[in-house]
Design a binder for this molecule. Structure first.
Ligand code: GLY
Length: 560
């Protein structure tokens, strides 16, 4: 048989494609939940076994994280969700917190125009209107199949039976103990001291959840819980009122969708910067074929760093709440613009961030927030990142209701040009206004390959979220790593300013750093944090699922 040249080249190309990586993570035949705690993943799988779908699981797993992982799991915060139904329909939900009605542009500035330290980060003044319950009920109403009481029941059981404290959790509690006590006083009912193996029980949270299970969304936004919550925040000097709670609405958004080679990537749109920034990164690197370099080689790090630098400069300047600011997305995501942004890239020499744009910041380390990924037996996929912002949010704990309140007001730019707790310098687009949503980096993402569901992925990590999600997708796609290996692989980060590459501890050799330094890259030589805590799922060619649960935390994949 004779082949034409194009067909021969195609056959050659197909034959050169490596076999999909052998799984090294948890593998399941039908369905899987990967989250920051085994208890939360397990409750999700129980819901699936009762006939629930991925959207029902979202409600149960999210609430279970508020119990087992109060560091970031929450009732007093907010989040973003990206979904893909079994028929291929995709969408996104924004249940981000919003600024209270009393908020205004200069609310965190003193009479001389300087930022008042701590006012947007600690205690009641930092608290924005929570969106989590509105988000969960919105999802349940649109896509849920099981009765809400049935979904919440195992979570109430978990609160009542208590949660065993892990080693990592005990360390975190010890680290934040003094701050929690400073904000709440010595008599707070939240455990301020415990060791691994102890059991955490919060009976107040069980009562709150029972009322929510009985009265639904209204309980949190108009009912007894709303009254208790608003009075509590106001008594502590905060701004959130009953009126703020009553007017909160989650918003369905069009996700950011883009292609990268034969992938179709679906991610979160503004007010999260995640999807837009990741779209820019992938389109900037696409012409350079990163897969021809070794994984985490100096060339791969250099190329990604230059794309990170340029996209974060745009992120910080242009992005904000789309209901308040015009974001020039058609330009920011156009091929011509992104090609032009990379015109100054050179393999010989680092670009200086001062040449990309201006600013002065300190970096703050952080890995708050939490992400979970779900694939159900029907083929639906749900990717959720949710947060209180800081660790235990504002540290303000409502004893009567049993949960922490966010410090999400700090994700606004209190004063354009001055960095927030993640070291990110914001601009006018993200200035404070009543009822506005603050810019986020959360990047819940779903990836299709050849038109089929392939990855569900996301992570906590403040400003490092976007670069960690991008690296995980590239690890799996360009470097053919299993889901678990792609999650485990050491990560690095650059965010335009400060003009520094951060490397995870122990993951990168001195030789790699020296080669980058020789080209003018500045490297953070101080203690470096872990970057992100990715929880992901890969659909294998035979339809089974491989989980990637990040060993940097207590994260666990449970499937069946
Ligand atoms: N609070 C972290 C974020 O929204 O990105």
């Amino acid at each position: 048989m004779k082949y034409s040249l194009p067909l021969l080249l195609l056959l050659l190309f197909i034959n050169c494609k490596p076999n999909p990586a052998t799984p090294t993570g948890e593998v399941a035949d039908k369905a899987m939940v990967v989250s920051a705690r085994k208890e939360a993943s397990q409750i999700g799988v129980e819901i699936l076994k009762k006939g629930g779908n991925a959207f029902d699981v979202m409600v149960g797993t999210d609430l279970a994280l508020a119990v087992a992982y109060p560091f970031a799991g929450n009732l007093g915060g907010g989040g973003f969700m990206v979904y893909r139904q079994s028929n291929g329909d995709v969408g996104a939900l924004d249940y981000r917190e919003k600024a209270p009605l009393a908020a205004h542009r200069d609310m965190y500035l003193d009479s001389t125009g300087n930022v008042i330290p701590g006012m947007s980060t600690v205690g009641a003044t930092a608290v924005a209107v929570p969106g989590t319950l509105a988000g969960l009920f919105e999802v349940h109403e649109k896509f849920g199949t099981l009765p809400i009481e049935e979904i919440i029941a195992p979570v109430i059981e978990l609160v009542e039976q208590g949660v065993e404290v892990t080693e990592k959790q005990a360390n975190r509690l010890e680290y934040y103990r003094e701050q929690i006590m400073e904000v709440n006083g010595d008599n707070t009912l939240f455990y301020t001291s415990c060791k691994a193996g102890d059991t955490l029980r919060y009976s107040a949270l069980a009562n709150t959840l029972k009322r929510i299970a009985k009265n639904g969304r209204d309980e949190f936004y108009n009912g007894e819980t709303a009254k208790i919550l608003a009075k509590f925040i106001q008594d502590k000097g905060g701004f959130v009122t009953e009126e703020d709670l009553a007017s909160y609405e989650a918003q369905w958004r069009q996700p950011v969708i883009f292609t990268y080679k034969d992938l179709r990537i679906i991610s979160m749109s503004p007010p999260s910067s995640g999807g837009v920034t990741m779209n820019q990164i992938f389109k900037m690197i696409e012409p350079y074929d990163i897969g021809k370099y070794d994984h985490n080689s100096p060339e791969a790090i250099q190329l990604l760093t230059e794309a990170f630098r340029r996209s974060y400069a745009d992120r910080n300047f242009y992005l904000g709440d789309p209901d308040f600011v015009d974001i020039p997305l058609d330009v920011l995501l156009s091929g011509a613009y992104l090609k032009e942004r990379m015109d100054t890239f050179s393999w010989d020499q680092a670009t200086l961030s001062s040449e990309v744009s201006h600013g002065e910041v300190q970096i703050a380390e952080s890995m708050e927030t939490t992400h979970y990924s779900i694939v159900d037996g029907f083929g639906n996929a749900v990717s959720v990142t949710t947060t209180l912002n800081g660790a235990y949010g504002s540290k303000l704990y409502c004893d009567e209701l049993g949960f922490f309140l966010n410090n999400e007001m700090d994700d606004f730019s209190s004063k354009p040009g001055v960095p927030n707790m993640f070291g990110l310098t914001g601009a006018e687009a993200n200035s404070i206004a009543a009822e506005k949503r603050m810019l986020s980096s959360m990047t819940p993402t779903i990836v299709e390959k050849d038109g089929n569901l392939w990855l569900v992925v996301g992570t906590p990590g403040g400003s490092t979220i976007i670069t960690a999600v991008a690296q995980t997708i590239l690890n799996a796609y360009e470097f053919n790593q299993s889901m678990q290996d792609a999650v485990n692989a050491p990560r690095f980060h650059h965010q335009w300013l400060p003009d520094l590459i951060i490397f995870e501890p122990g993951g990168f050799s001195g030789d790699i750093k020296d080669r980058l330094k020789a080209k003018g890259y500045q490297i953070n030589e101080d203690r470096t944090p872990v970057i992100g805590k990715v929880d992901a799922i890969r659909v294998l060619p035979d339809g089974r699922l491989e989980g990637g649960a990040d060993p940097r935390g207590d994260d666990t994949a449970v499937g069946y």
